[in-house]
Design a protein around this ligand. Sequence first.
Ligand code: URA
Length: 209
Amino acid sequence: MSKVFVFDHPLIQHKLTYIRSVETGTKEFRELVDEVATLMAFEITRDMPLVETEVETPVTVTKSKVLAGKKMGIVPILRAGIGMVDGILKLIPAAKVGHIGLYRDPQTLQPVEYYVKLPADVEERDFIVVDPMLATGGSAIEAINSLKKRGATSIKFMCLIAAPEGVELLQQAHPDVDVYIAALDEKLNDHGYIVPGLGDAGDRLFGTK
Ligand code: URA
């Protein structure tokens, strides 16, 4: 079974409170999501492999560590996932960015893929799939299906807020994909919104209704 990490860092929790607030306007919301994505990227990259190298300081030659150079890929689920990309790229600027777009079929209510564009070397990359909200889990599961279908073998999922229902379904569907969350909320309401949540992440990021 995959692991679930809830990031309880004070800075993340503080910023998340303002992200949740109905008083927070589009500009500030966007900035805060960007900042939290950077902080989460710092935590999610803890296990990045290092290799030893030799470096000459002004005083002596010593052994020191650098990143092993594992290729990374960030995949936002359209459209709200886009709001987290720049924040992650601040710490992992060499990462390639793929995109996955899904819509909900009005009959079956299942997510259907309408857009997929990924880096060419999918098999060689460690992917972070991002979406601010993990609600029913349907989109996350389908996006990860889509990545795996194209050869990805190393995937993490990162979101700001998750509902317990979504986490459970995601873990069942993809037991190899660890889940990184800033807050695990109470439940989903009858309209599929996370409670207490933050409302519609896409609308709040882009100023739409
Ligand atoms: N998507 C959102 O943007 N908000 C929710 O609460 C659930 C899904």
